[in-house]
Ligand binder design. Structure first.
Ligand SMILES: [Fe+2]
Length: 285
């Protein structure tokens, strides 16, 4: 991560309002920690929230998750994707519902980008077979959760963020660190921690702009979180390409990602073309 200490940042952010952890999420995480979670009780809890139930079925049956048959019930979903992945999906739905307004960051634009990246992450996880599609989807949605949260706190955040996104910096978050003494990676980490998300996802949020973390030859961190980040970097590259944004960070990590995933240039070209086709097909429906 950046040269800021996480402990200092946590202390500094103690007055930042993070979205509260949804009750249904807390309930399921408690069940998940038991030796034998009560599936009937979990299902009942979800179904009684009609909007959540229909959102879960819609999400799980989306093409980027690639289910072979339509899932119609919570026990069926748990038997196919597991309770942990279902919990992650619920966190994604609740997060999106809670974050519909935020300071001066355009939320429709934020969600357009986050949704593209999340769906591409899931698509890639399935194609490459190296990570859970539900986890990678969640990283796509949560990794920049700190942006709308910081935009609510600081009036000038959007301007600094926009300047940062257009500038080639040593570390991607240098301007946020300089102006606000924190950055969206740290806030995203604290948010996922507050919501009880797993370690790999939390760390992926924290390190998703840390090039040294991603490409370190003597890596000693959480390999699961590194895989999530590397998948999200390809997804962000293709999603940002559609928006014609800069690729400073991508250029620093591209060679390592291809090496790590064992992809040649032609393989990568084909993969990224397939991802662009996936987005075009989705948008044409
Ligand atoms: Fe980010």
């Amino acid at each position: 991560m950046s040269n800021l200490s996480l402990a200092l940042a946590e202390d500094f952010l103690s007055n930042v309002k993070l979205p509260p952890q949804p009750e249904v999420l807390l309930f399921i995480q408690n069940e998940l920690s038991k030796e034998e979670p009560d599936i009937a009780c979990i299902s009942e809890n979800i179904v009684k929230d009609g909007a959540l139930f229909s959102s879960i079925l819609r999400l799980i049956n989306s093409p980027f998750f690639g289910m072979r048959s339509e899932i119609k019930s919570i026990p069926h979903a748990i038997s196919l994707i597991g309770l942990e992945n279902l919990t992650t999906n619920i966190a994604c739905i609740k997060f999106r519902n809670q974050m519909n307004e935020s300071g001066n960051v355009s939320m429709p634009r934020y969600w357009d980008n986050a949704t593209d990246v999340a769906e591409l992450c899931s698509y890639l996880a399935k194609e490459l077979g190296i990570a859970s599609p539900a986890e990678t989807y969640a990283l796509g949605l949560f990794k920049d959760a700190g942006i709308p949260i910081l935009a609510q706190k600081y009036e000038d955040y959007k301007g600094i963020l926009s300047q940062q996104n257009k500038t080639e910096l040593k570390n991607h978050t240098d301007l946020e660190d300089q102006y606000f003494n924190t950055n969206h990676c740290i806030v995203g980490y604290l948010m996922t921690k507050k919501w009880g998300m797993n370690k790999a996802l939390r760390e992926a949020c924290l390190y998703h702009h840390d090039v040294e973390y991603m490409i370190n030859e003597e890596f000693r961190g959480d390999e699961e979180s590194r895989k999530l980040i590397l998948i999200s970097k390809i997804a962000s590259y293709v999603a940002n390409d559609k928006r014609d944004e800069n690729h400073y960070e991508w250029l620093k990590i591209k060679d390592f990602i291809l090496y790590y995933l064992g992809l040649s240039e032609p393989d990568f070209f084909e993969l990224s073309e397939n991802m662009r086709d996936f987005l075009s097909e989705r948008d044409s429906i």
